[in-house]
Design a protein around this ligand. Structure first.
Ligand SMILES: N[C@@H](CCC(=O)N[C@@H](CS)C(=O)NCC(=O)O)C(=O)O
Length: 109
């Protein structure tokens, strides 16, 4: 797998998940000003949405959006206990936290 990232960005959470999962991965920095990767690839070809993080899977697919990405990574390494099992209420609590973290995070009056 390869994580397309930028420093000080939301690509940090899948990077942490990859490390905690103990998985093999590569990193490739993306210049978000020019939308070009460190190896010179047009990033628009990788993610037409123009943002990181992007996870390139071993079969060549690209996965975008941090929330499903960290769940995918966690599911690849069940022994690391990063996410509760499918079907458990605790799994939906994690989804609840992730949605809150990436959503409004504010109280509507
Ligand atoms: N919905 C995306 C948002 C990703 C996002 O906002 N990425 C920022 C870095 S934290 C980015 O790449 N911004 C580049 C830009 O907007 O030009 C996710 O949750 O992964």
């Amino acid at each position: 797998m390869k994580l397309y990232f930028d420093v000080s960005s939301c690509s940090l959470s899948p990077h942490i998940a990859l490390r905690e999962a103990g998985l093999d991965y590569e990193l490739e920095w993306v210049d978000l000003n020019t939308l070009t990767t460190a190896s010179g690839v047009d990033f628009n070809q990788i993610n037409p949405k123009g943002y990181v993080p992007v996870l390139e899977l071993d079969d060549g697919q690209f996965l975008t959006e941090g929330v499903p990405m960290v769940q995918y990574i966690a599911d690849l390494a069940p022994e690391a206990n990063l996410i509760p099992p499918v079907g458990s209420i605790e799994r939906y609590r994690v989804a609840e936290w992730l949605a809150d973290l990436t959503g409004e995070g504010t109280v509507c009056s």
